[in-house]
Design a protein around this ligand. Structure first.
Ligand code: M6R
Length: 619
């Protein structure tokens, strides 16, 4: 976690660093700092709190230099404090370092450096890096960083500037945390994520594991500390991003989450476009999946792995693939998968789902799958992310940058990605003609989604009223069956994440095995009943809820009668009529809105909920 930024050019670095840090606050927000170098002097400012707190204490007149770096922190080693905020300096105060990630052998290195006479001012692992580079510095900062990287074990991205060589920034990456170089005119940029660069350039290069970049205002040289003596030019690998600057801004919405909820029609359209024919049963084209018809035909089992919201997309995939294709599917959370000694056969495939493409637990699971010889695919939102680069094939979700910590449009993009994978695989599998027809028949339902999501968003009055009532409660339960079960979990995660109301999502049939004991007068139970095959069972579950005098809210497809008369029209949230297998995509929208308006009523910090960060790059 943490966001890091750097600039070298001909303009004052400080305002550019602050602007980029502001764009990265979703990566961490417990402390922040900057260092700007000019004529052999550093201006360093750091503080506990957010980038806005840093902005309140910096003195722009004291820092006019054109090279610098900055950091916004999510604590791993050492509590959030000004002393532990980055940048960290060496003993001489001649070099400054910012880091995202973890130096796993920092304690051993720290002891060694203390014995050599180094003095430490913080509890962080990052300060070890500054002293280690100092130890190796002999007039060439790139060489010193190179040697230091070879001594460290862990997963990190870092930036270094040295006063004696203030024409260059050094960027280095080990393992997963992202670090992107942005190429400008007469200036170059670095940031942990693409949105921070978009105001300055759309030409980027994501550093790869083991790479060190020496970045000057008009030149970038990249070497690899794992393969010394192989300098190579960057220009063969520059990527051009098509995200506009505006999509990374709030565009008049009060916060990013609401903006991102409203962007979902475009997410669906963009993710389908060019891949799924709008009419007829033509071929599904996803060349970047890198998946041959022979591999599909040999496929015996799929394993989906992810964390948090993306895990819920995996659970939907299990219901969908098993019912539609009769392919067995295993689903795991990333943090459990690699430690449970999983078994993968040679005709099996692992699919990782991740918005950021940087989630450490998901990356570790992919590596586990690769070690076992499985083909590994990724459904991800971020071009050139670690997961995209690691995978044998990628399906990009095209949701654009997601800034709010609570995942919304990325989840919808993931569900569309799952459907596209189903459509792609179905065309090469021997399946019964009736099932093939049913899978093809999903296509018009998928293409109708943008209009249907707009329809839900056009009038949210009833959802807002219900959300405000939920915001007065201490707990909330979500229940569902079949594909509504993962959506119940997702609704609960979304609500707890941003409102801090205790909430749980369950398979509705599990209520009677324990959870019913928690139901009492007025306790909210959100009953998802969009799946026709289990509708009767859901009605029975709602009756159990009402019998305990709890407050039942039904989420149903348009035209519902029975549940509506049972709970009352004022307690019904309708989604437009669709195929049951497509319904989770529509159901996710009221789940997001319930949590949004609940948190809003409580005055919570919606985009940056407490204790969380957008991209979880530590295990
Ligand atoms: O970037 P990823 O999709 O891999 O992130 C996984 C989870 O950390 C993420 O979905 C998290 O659960 C969200 N904050 C939920 O809204």
């Amino acid at each position: 976690m943490c966001g890091i930024v750097g600039y070298v050019g001909d303009k004052p670095a400080l305002p550019i660093l602050m602007d980029k840090l502001q764009m990265l606050t979703y990566r961490g927000y417990d402390s922040a700092g900057v260092a700007v170098s000019e004529n052999g002097h550093f201006y360093v400012e750091k503080t506990k709190g957010r980038v806005s707190d840093l902005a309140a204490v910096i003195e722009p007149d004291r820092a006019t230099g054109s090279i610098g770096l900055g950091h916004t922190r999510w604590a791993t080693h050492g509590e959030p404090s000004t002393a532990n905020a980055h940048p960290h300096l060496d003993c001489t105060g001649r070099l400054a370092v910012v880091q995202n990630g973890i130096v796993e052998n920092f304690w051993e290195l720290k002891q060694e450096l203390i014995e050599k006479g180094h003095h430490f001012k913080s509890e962080t692992d990052t300060e070890v890096i500054a002293h280690l580079i100092e130890e190796y510095y002999d007039g060439n900062i790139t060489t010193a960083v190179n040697l230091a990287m070879q001594r460290m074990v862990g997963s990190m991205a870092l930036l270094v500037v040295h006063k004696d060589e203030e024409d260059r920034l050094i960027a280095a990456k080990m393992d997963s945390p992202p670090l992107i170089i942005g190429f400008g005119r007469g200036e170059n940029h670095v940031a942990s994520d693409i949105p921070a660069l978009l105001r300055y350039t759309n030409r980027i290069y994501p550093l790869e594991d083991g790479e060190i970049a020496t970045i000057k205002r008009d030149d970038v040289i990249i070497t690899n500390f794992k393969e010394p003596n192989t300098p190579r030019l960057y220009d063969r690998k520059v990527m051009v991003v098509t995200w506009s600057t505006e999509v990374a801004q709030k565009e008049g919405y009060e916060n990013f989450m609401l903006k991102e909820i409203h962007e979902q029609p475009e997410t669906v359209d963009a993710t389908l476009r060019g891949r799924l024919p709008e009419h007829g049963d033509g071929p599904v084209r996803i060349p970047e999946l890198n998946l041959t018809p022979e591999e599909v035909q040999r496929l015996e089992r799929l394993t989906f792995v992810a964390c948090g919201t993306a895990y819920h997309a995996c659970l939907v995939a299990k219901y969908l693939f098993e019912q539609a294709l009769r392919i067995p599917v295993t689903v795991d959370v990333g943090s459990e998968y690699r430690y449970r000694k999983p078994m993968l056969g040679k005709n099996e495939m692992l699919v990782a789902i991740s918005q950021s493409g940087e989630t450490a637990d998901t990356i570790a699971s992919m590596r586990e799958g690769m070690e076992q010889g499985a083909k590994v695919l990724a459904i991800t939102n971020v071009l050139g992310s670690s997961i995209a680069r690691l995978a044998d094939g990628v399906l990009y979700t095209r949701a654009g940058p997601e800034m709010a910590v609570a995942s919304t449009k990325a989840f919808v993009g993931q569900l569309i990605g799952v459907h596209l994978l189903l459509q792609y695989i179905a065309q090469y599998r021997p399946i019964a003609p009736e099932m093939r027809d049913q899978i093809i028949a999903l296509r018009p339902h998928l293409w109708r989604l943008p209009a249907q999501i707009r329809h839900i968003l056009a009038d949210t009055t009833q959802i807002q009223t219900i959300a405000q009532k939920i915001s007065t409660k201490d707990a909330c339960f979500f229940i569902g069956r079949n594909m509504d079960e993962p959506l119940a979990r997702e609704g609960a995660l979304k609500l707890k994440e941003i409102s801090y109301i205790h909430s749980q999502g369950y398979a509705a049939g599990e209520l009677k095995h324990g959870t019913l004991a928690l139901l009492d007068e007025g306790v909210p139970v959100i009953a998802l009943a969009t799946q026709g095959s289990v509708y009767d069972k859901m009605v029975s579950n709602v009756q159990e809820v009402l019998a305990r005098h709890a407050w039942a809210v039904g989420v149903v497809q348009e035209g519902d009668q029975r549940l509506s008369s049972l709970v009352g029209r004022e307690n019904i949230i309708e989604i437009p009529k669709t195929h049951d297998w497509v319904a989770p995509i529509l159901t996710s929208v009221p789940m997001q809105l319930l949590s949004y308006y609940g948190a809003y009523a409580l005055g919570r910090d919606i985009d940056q909920p407490r204790n969380l960060a957008k991209s979880v790059t530590v295990e």
